[in-house]
Design a protein around this ligand. Structure first.
Ligand code: Y12
Ligand code: CO
Length: 171
């Protein structure tokens, strides 16, 4: 089922998510709904809080070299914890909760993450490149943070001004 995506400045997006304790049918339904919603909106990553569910759940499905977003490349990441991070990289990020805005954001280039899959099996894996960036972006959502909070003071001021103008025009 496709769910509604919360858009900035919805206050729920600032909520801190909590760990999943039951790896049951309702979790599987949530993951399936997140996948349908993300694909419907042409996204490559989504956190549960973006559909109003404050659980430590995120999904990432990057596009492959041939331009296909294959289901076998889907990561379902539950209760993630960053164990190690190193290096720096920048990428032009976007977010389904801040549609239409993109900017360069600096993050760690490599991360080691512990997480659970939908069946409650624990994994520990190293991530690089776009997958590391996407994971950090989505894990920020779980802590109630958006990528626009990483903008410089001046860029954030401009963003807020443009965003308000755009919202007024849309009403
Ligand atoms: C690198 C950086 C950030 C991420 C997080 C995941 N971000 C997304 O999946 C963003 C997708 C996105 C899609 C949009 O298109 C539609 O809604 C149809 C969009 O909307 C507009 O631009 C109007 C905004 C963002 C992963 C990896
Ligand atoms: Co986002």
């Amino acid at each position: 089922m496709i769910r509604e995506i919360l858009v900035y400045p919805n206050k729920l997006l600032r909520e801190k998510s909590v760990d999943v304790t039951q790896f049951d049918e309702s979790l599987h339904q949530l993951l399936d709904d997140m996948y349908d919603t993300m694909l419907h909106k042409e996204g490559i990553g989504l956190a549960a809080i973006q559909i109003g569910i404050a659980l430590n759940v995120l999904i990432i499905n990057l596009v492959d070299e041939e331009g296909f977003q294959k289901p076998e490349n889907l990561y379902e990441v539950i209760n993630p914890v960053i164990l190690e991070k190193d290096g720096h990289t920048t990428f032009q990020e976007g977010c389904l909760s801040v549609p239409g805005y993109y900017d360069e954001i600096e993050r760690a280039a490599h991360i080691k993450v512990s997480y659970f899959d939908r069946y409650g099996t624990q994994h520990c894996k190293e991530f690089h490149d776009l997958m590391a960036i996407a994971l950090q972006h989505e894990m920020d959502h779980l802590k109630g943070h958006l990528f626009i909070e990483k903008l410089s003071y001046l860029k954030r001021k401009k963003f807020e001004k443009d965003w308000k103008k755009q919202q007024k025009a849309g009403k």
